[in-house]
Design a protein around this ligand. Structure first.
Ligand code: BGP
Length: 505
C-alpha cells in the first residue's frame, strides 16, 4: 500500500486538565478560572437573550464568580468534576492505548502545582499526580505532549492581578514552567506553552485570566466589546512568558522540544471582489500575528498600523524584544476545526473579528450541530501555508467533531459522522504530506468524551470512548467504545494508509 506518513508519525489524541480531571479541590489543588465556567445550553442562551449559538459565554463576571463561591448550589460548574480523570486515569489511558496511541496531548493544571499560582513551594501531591500519569503513558509507549497553560489560570492570579494583564503573572508562569521542566526532565519530550494563544482576543478570561475592568455581565468578557488595549497587552505578556519558558527549557533539558499552539482559522474571501480579498488579508494577519511573533521572534510590520490607528500602546520592558528573538519555538502546533468567510467591512484598517464562527455561511460546506463549518480541504490549504511561512515541523494538536451521540439498547454507538470527519481530514493531511509539508503528528481532540471548553456541555461529544455522564454530571460514568474507536485503531495500525470504513462493529 502506498503510504506517505513518516514511520514514527505521532498518532493520538488531545485533552486539557480542566476538561477531564475534575477533583478541583482535591489534594491541595487551588481554584482556577475554569472552575467558574458555567454550563451553557440552548436554554441558558434563550433565557439570557443570546441568539448566537456559537459564542462561548461560559466566562463569568466578577459578580457571578463571587456568587459561585457563596452559593455554588445555584450554579452548574461541570469543569469541577470533568470526567474524573484524576481518579480514572489508569483505566482511561489503558483504553486510549488500546487504539494504539503514540502520543497523548494533555495539560497540567497550574493550580494543582501552585495552588495560588505564586506559592513559595510547589504542591508535592500535584507533582506526584502527573508523575503517575506520565509513567502510565510510558508503560504503553505513549509520548506525552504537555501544554503548560490550557485555559485554566489560578484564580488568585486572575482576581488579584488580572491574570496576564500583569507582569507579575508572567514571572509566576515562568517559575511554574521552570518547576515543571526540572521535575519532569526526561519524562516529557514535547511541551507547548499556551493553548490557542490567539483565543485571548475573544476569551481573555478563559485564556489569560483577565477579568475585564467593570465587567457586569459574562458578555463583557466576550469579543464584541473590544478592549483592545488590555487584550493586546495581555497577549504581549503571554508572548514574553512563552519566550522565557522556551529559553528555560532549552537550558534545562536540551533533548526536549517546545512548540506554540495556534487556533488556525483558514479564511476564504466571499467573492472575487478585491475588497473581500483585502478583508481576507486583514483577518489572516490577525491569525498569523501570533505565530509570527512566536516563531520568527518579532512583531510583524503589519501590526504597527493597527496599533497606531486604534491608539494601542504596548508597554514593553527594555529586554522584551531580545527575549522574543531568543525564545522562538522549535515547532508549530495548530488546532484546526473550520474555515471562515470574509466580506469587506468598509474600513481601510483591519479590525479583528475576535469570534469563533463567522456570520457568513459558506454554502459549499456543511456545518456541525453546533454550527462549526466542516472543511477538510481547508486543512490541506492551511498546512501548506503554515509550512511555507515558517518552515518548521508541524503537529496538529487538535482536530475533531463535537456531536450528539445515541447509545443503542445494546450499548453501541454508531458514530459514522465522526468516522467520516476523521477519514476526510486524515485524507487531506496525507495530501499535505505528499505536497511536501513536514507534519510529525496528529492528535484528535477529545478521544475520550470530555467537558466542552466553550459551553461546558458533556453532550457535545468528541470521543471515540463514550462516557455515560450527562451535562449535570449524572450517570454511571461507565466507558463504552464507539464504532470510531475501532476505526481509529485500524487507521493508526496502518500508519494512516488504511482509511476504509469497513468496521465490523
Ligand atoms: C479548542 C480548545 C479545546 C477544545 C476545543 C473544542 O478551542 O483548545 O479546549 O475544547 O476547542 O471546543 P469546544 O469544547 O468548545 O467544543
Amino acid at each position: 500500500m502506498d503510504n506517505v506518513f513518516p514511520k514514527n508519525f505521532l498518532w493520538g489524541g488531545a485533552t486539557a486538565a480542566n476538561q477531564i480531571e475534575g477533583a478541583w479541590n482535591v489534594d491541595g489543588r487551588g481554584p482556577a478560572t475554569s472552575d467558574y465556567a458555567r454550563l451553557i445550553t440552548s436554554e441558558t442562551k434563550k433565557l439570557e437573550g443570546t441568539f448566537d449559538q456559537h459564542v462561548p459565554h461560559n466566562a463569568a463576571s466578577l459578580e457571578m464568580i463571587e456568587d459561585m463561591d457563596v452559593h455554588p448550589e445555584n450554579w452548574t460548574l461541570p469543569k469541577r468534576w470533568g470526567i474524573d480523570f484524576y481518579h480514572t486515569y489508569k483505566e482511561d489511558i489503558k483504553l486510549l492505548a488500546g487504539m494504539g496511541f503514540k502520543v497523548f496531548r494533555m495539560s497540567i493544571s497550574w493550580s494543582r502545582i501552585f495552588p495560588n499560582g505564586d506559592d513559595k513551594e510547589p504542591n508535592e501531591k500535584g507533582l506526584e499526580f502527573y508523575d503517575n500519569v506520565f509513567d502510565e503513558l510510558h508503560k504503553y509507549g505513549i509520548e506525552p505532549m504537555v501544554t503548560i497553560s490550557h485555559f485554566d489560570i489560578p484564580m488568585h492570579l486572575a482576581r488579584k492581578y488580572h491574570g496576564f494583564l500583569s507582569r507579575y503573572t508572567v514571572d509566576a508562569f515562568v517559575r511554574y514552567a521552570e518547576t515543571l521542566f526540572k521535575h519532569y526532565k526526561g519524562k516529557v519530550k514535547y511541551w507547548l506553552t499556551f493553548n490557542e494563544i490567539n483565543n485571548i482576543l475573544s476569551n481573555p478570561y478563559t485564556s489569560a485570566g483577565v477579568i475585564m475592568s467593570g465587567a457586569q455581565h459574562p458578555n463583557d468578557c466576550n469579543p464584541y466589546l473590544g478592549h483592545w488595549q488590555e487584550k493586546f497587552q495581555a497577549v504581549h505578556n503571554q508572548f514574553v512568558a512563552s519566550a522565557l519558558a522556551v529559553k528555560k527549557l532549552h537550558a534545562i533539558d536540551p533533548n526536549a522540544k517546545i512548540g506554540n499552539m495556534l487556533c488556525r482559522l483558514e479564511n476564504y474571501a466571499e467573492s472575487t471582489k478585491p475588497e473581500d480579498n483585502l478583508q481576507l488579508l486583514f483577518e489572516d494577519h490577525f491569525n498569523w500575528f501570533f505565530t509570527d511573533v512566536q516563531a520568527k521572534g518579532e512583531y510583524p510590520y503589519y501590526m504597527e498600523r493597527f496599533f497606531k490607528h486604534n491608539h494601542i500602546h504596548i508597554q514593553m520592558e527594555p529586554k522584551d524584544k531580545q527575549i522574543l528573538r531568543e525564545g522562538t519555538v522549535d515547532f508549530i502546533t495548530i488546532s484546526y476545526y473550520m474555515t471562515y468567510v470574509m466580506r469587506y467591512k468598509g474600513k481601510s484598517v483591519a479590525e479583528p473579528t475576535g469570534r469563533l464562527v463567522s456570520d457568513i455561511k459558506n454554502p459549499n460546506i456543511p456545518r456541525s450541530e453546533w454550527g462549526w463549518p466542516i472543511d477538510p480541504i481547508g486543512l490541506r490549504i492551511t498546512l501548506n501555508k503554515i509550512y511555507d511561512r515558517y518552515h518548521l515541523p508541524i503537529f496538529i494538536s487538535e482536530n475533531g467533531l463535537g456531536a450528539m451521540d445515541t447509545v443503542t439498547e445494546n450499548g453501541k454507538i454508531y458514530d459514522d459522522y465522526r468516522i467520516n470527519y476523521l477519514h476526510e481530514h486524515v485524507y487531506q493531511l496525507r495530501e499535505a504530506i505528499k505536497d511536501g509539508v513536514d507534519v510529525f503528528g496528529y492528535a484528535w481532540w477529545g478521544p475520550i468524551d470530555l467537558v466542552s471548553s466553550g459551553t461546558s456541555q458533556m453532550s457535545k461529544r468528541y470521543g471515540m470512548i463514550y462516557i455515560d455522564q450527562d451535562d449535570y454530571g449524572h450517570g454511571t460514568k461507565k466507558r463504552l467504545l464507539k464504532k470510531s474507536y475501532y476505526y481509529y485503531k485500524k487507521l493508526i495500525a496502518s500508519n494512516g494508509a488504511d482509511l476504509e470504513d469497513n468496521i465490523d462493529y
